[in-house]
Design a protein around this ligand. Sequence first.
Ligand code: FAD
Length: 485
Amino acid sequence: METQTQTVQQRVFRQRHSANPPGKRIVYWMQQAQRVAYNPALDYAISKAVETALPLQVYFFLSNAIPDATAQHYRFMLEGLAETGRELQKLNIPLHIAVADDGKIPEAPFKDAACLVMDHGYLDWQKRWRDEVYATCEQSGCSIVEIDTEATVPVHLASPKEEYSAATLRRKILPLLNDFLLADPVKMEVRKTQLPSVKLATEHSGSFEDSKNLWDWAAIELKLPAETGPGYAIQGSHSEALYELDSFIRAKLKDYATMRNHPNLDIQSNMSAYLHFGQISPIEIMHRVLEHTGTPPQAIPNMIADKNRLTGMAQSIGAYAEELIIRRELAMNFCHYNPAYENSNSLPQWARQSLNDHLGDPRETDYSLDRLELGETEDIYWNAAQKQLLHSGKMHNYMRMYWGKRLLAWCPGVDEAYQILAYLNNKYELDGRDANGWAGIAWCFGKHDRPWATRPIYGMVRFMNAGGLNRKFDMEAYLKQWSKE
Ligand SMILES: Cc1cc2nc3c(=O)[nH]c(=O)nc-3n(C[C@H](O)[C@H](O)[C@H](O)COP(=O)(O)OP(=O)(O)OC[C@H]3O[C@@H](n4cnc5c(N)ncnc54)[C@H](O)[C@@H]3O)c2cc1C
C-alpha cells in the first residue's frame, strides 16, 4: 500500500526549495481545497511544520473580483469556511480569512514564511493568482510547493496534454487509480506555539462558531448585494456534504446506473457544489461508497471499465465512479490544457467547421436574454429546466444537456450560444464557474463527442429534442415540479 507521503509527492504540481529559507512560519494559502479532511496540501503543510518545528498558519482570501460569483455562491462558501475554521482550531492551527482588494493578494503573510504551500486551481483566474504569489515568494527566498488536491489522479500526472475524449483519458487514469485510492492517510498533530500570526488590516476577527457572523462581515467588506431569489435547498460545509452523501449512498446509489438520467427523480448524489468549493474530496466520497458497499478499492478500475456489462450495485458503483473520476477529471484536463475553454475556439475542428457551415440555416426564434433568464420561451421543457435552476440552484444533469443544445436553434451562431450558456450556467448554478461547467458547455457543441449525422443548424453536432425526452422519461411529472411562475 502506498503511503500518503508518497502520493503527496506525486501530487506536487510545481515547487521550489530554498536551502536556507529565511522565514519563521509555514503558511498554507488555502484557496481551492476549503476543507480539513482529505486535504493533501494541508497534510503537506502539517508535515513541514512538524519537521521544522515552525508554527503553521492558514490564510484564505476573499475577493469581489472572482468572475461571476454571486451572493448565493459566497453564502455557501462561507458556511463551509466557518466549519473549516472550527476544525482547524481543534488542530491548533489558526485560519485567517482576509480580503484581497480587487483580487490583489496581500504579500505580508508570505514574505517571512519559510515555506508556502498552495493548492492547485485549474481555471485561468486561479492560475494567475498562483503565479503572482509564486513570484512574490521566489523573490523573498521562501520554499514554495503547489499541490493538486482536487483530482483523484493529479491532472498533470494523468496526461501531459489535452485529451480527445473520456475514452482516451480513461485508458490513462485507470492504471494509476489504485495508487491514489489506496493511499493511507497520515495523522499528525501540530504543537501550539505562541508565535503571533501576521495579522492583516482586512481580516475577519470574529469567531467561526456561527457562519452568519462570517457572512455579515464578508457582506460588508465585499459590498455583496443582498441575496435575491429563493434560498437554495442545500447548505455548505464538509459535514453537510457528508450528510447528503450518506443519504445518497443509502437510498439512491443502487439505482444510479439505471435511473440517474430521469429528470423528475433525484437519483444523483448532489455532490457537485461541495466538490466545486473543495468542501469534500472525491477520494473521501469514493472511500465512503466503498466502505458502505463492502467493495475493495482494487475493484474500482474494473468496475469503471466494465460498467456496461455489470448489473445491480456493481454497475452503479462503476457508473458513479465514471462520473466522479473520469468525467470530472476530463473537465479538469480540458481547462488545464485548453487556453480557449471560455469560448467556442475550444471546440474540435470538425464541430466548429460543421456549425459554421450551417450558419445560414434559418433559426427558430431569437429570444432576448431576459426571456431566456426567466424561462419564457415556447419550449415548455426548456422553461421548466430554467425554472428548476432559478428555484433550486441546480438543474438536473440530463436537462443541462438539452437546455444547452437548444440554444443553438435560437442564437445566430455557436459563439453567441456558448456565451449565453456560460452566463446562465455560471450565474445560477450553485456548482457553476467550475471546470465541469466549462466542459459541459463545450460538450453541448461537440467537445469530447464524435460527429453525428448532419442536420440543419446543428451540422454534425449531436442533436437532442423534446421527442426524445418524452419517449424516455416522465416529462409530465417534471413539468409539474418545475413549471412554476
Ligand atoms: C451544459 C452543462 C453544464 C454543466 N455545468 C456544470 C457546472 O457548472 N458544474 C458542475 O459541477 N457540473 C456541471 N455539469 C456536469 C453535470 O451536469 C453536473 O456535474 C451534475 O449534474 C452534478 O450533479 P450531482 O453532483 O448530483 O451529480 P452525480 O450524478 O451524483 O455525479 C457525481 C459527481 O460526478 C461529476 N459529474 C457528474 N456528471 C458529470 C459530467 N457530465 N461531467 C463532469 N463531471 C460530472 C460531478 O462532480 C458530480 O458531482 C454540466 C453539464 C452540462 C451538460
